[in-house]
Design a protein. Structure first.
Ligand SMILES: [Mg+2]
Length: 294
């Protein structure tokens, strides 16, 4: 686990750094408040931060307030321990009110520090677990509907900002209801899991897949031209329906997939793009299923 130390005093910084490394943490260091803010507000920041109260420029409590106000919804929780020489009650209350989770007073007892960091780690790990549960579908391990739609909005604005292309695919398993009705829901679940695996393994690393509905999967293909997307989705179609899926009860189930394709026109809202891909999927179904349609 990575921990940020924000401390302007070199001696304290080195002491903290060596203790944390000894306890097996990866340490990221900031020498003032602004540097700490840059690190903490980045997407992949350490999730535990030891922040000195008094630093030039941006002080600890102000940094906490900024952090709580600006970190976007859906990102990981940052657990902040304020490090302070001010142990009067009024200061402690002020520190916690600024959004810090805990505090420790200097000079600190290493054992106490270690225990407080461990408590923070428990909170961060729980938060990450909850966050994961809120974003991912427990059956297929892909993003759930809300998460994939959110991601589509982000990817769409990113690709437009960077002047890149983006296409999406909407995949629906053909006659999936028959699988559930004739083989049971357990087999149906296995088919959904195997479908997710096959989708995942036939996409490129930077493509994103989510479970959009019961047997519907939304695929985001950043940077893909129409032809790239056609090739990718055709690969997905063959991966899903090309070979039977072996299930626990010994059956071999073949399910084909119909896939709609829509590419960004550079100006439509995300829900318009989704409506277009939905219409394309509908045409793929009407044209006889087991195909990719635009
Ligand atoms: Mg200081």
């Amino acid at each position: 686990m990575r921990i940020l130390i924000a401390e302007d005093d070199a001696t304290s910084r080195l002491l903290l750094e060596s203790l944390l490394r000894k306890w097996g943490y990866d340490v990221v260091v900031a020498r003032d408040g602004e540097e700490a803010w840059r690190i903490l507000s980045a997407e992949n920041s350490p999730l535990i931060a030891l922040i000195d109260w008094v630093m030039p420029g941006l002080e600890g409590p102000e940094l906490c307030r900024r952090l709580r106000a600006h970190v976007p919804n859906g990102s990981s929780y940052r657990y902040v321990i304020l490090v302070t020489v001010r142990d009067e009650k009024v200061h402690i209350v002020k520190g916690l009110e600024s959004g810090a989770d805990d505090y420790i007073t200097k000079p600190f007892d290493p054992h106490e520090l270690r225990v407080r960091i461990t408590a923070g780690q428990r909170v961060v790990e729980l938060q990450e677990e909850l966050r994961h549960m809120a974003l991912y579908d427990s059956l297929t391990k892909l993003r759930n509907r809300r998460a994939i739609v959110d991601r589509l909005e982000e990817e769409l604005s990113r690709s437009r900002r960077e002047g890149k292309r983006l296409c999406i695919g909407l995949l629906d398993l053909d006659f999936f209801k028959n699988v559930n009705d004739t083989l049971g829901h357990l087999v149906g679940d296995e088919v959904l899991q195997e479908t997710a695996r096959r989708i995942r393994s036939s996409l490129r690393n930077y493509d994103i897949a989510g479970r959009y509905g019961g047997e519907e999967f939304l695929l985001i293909l950043p940077g893909a031209t129409r032809d790239d997307a056609l090739r990718t989705l055709e690969r997905v179609r063959i991966a899903v329906g090309g070979t039977p899926m072996a299930t626990q009860d010994g059956s071999a189930v073949t399910v084909t997939a119909s896939i709609g394709l829509a590419c960004d026109d550079g100006e439509s809202k995300p829900d318009v793009l989704v409506r277009r891909v939905d219409a394309a999927l509908y045409r793929a179904k009407n044209d006889g299923r087991n195909r990719v349609n635009e």
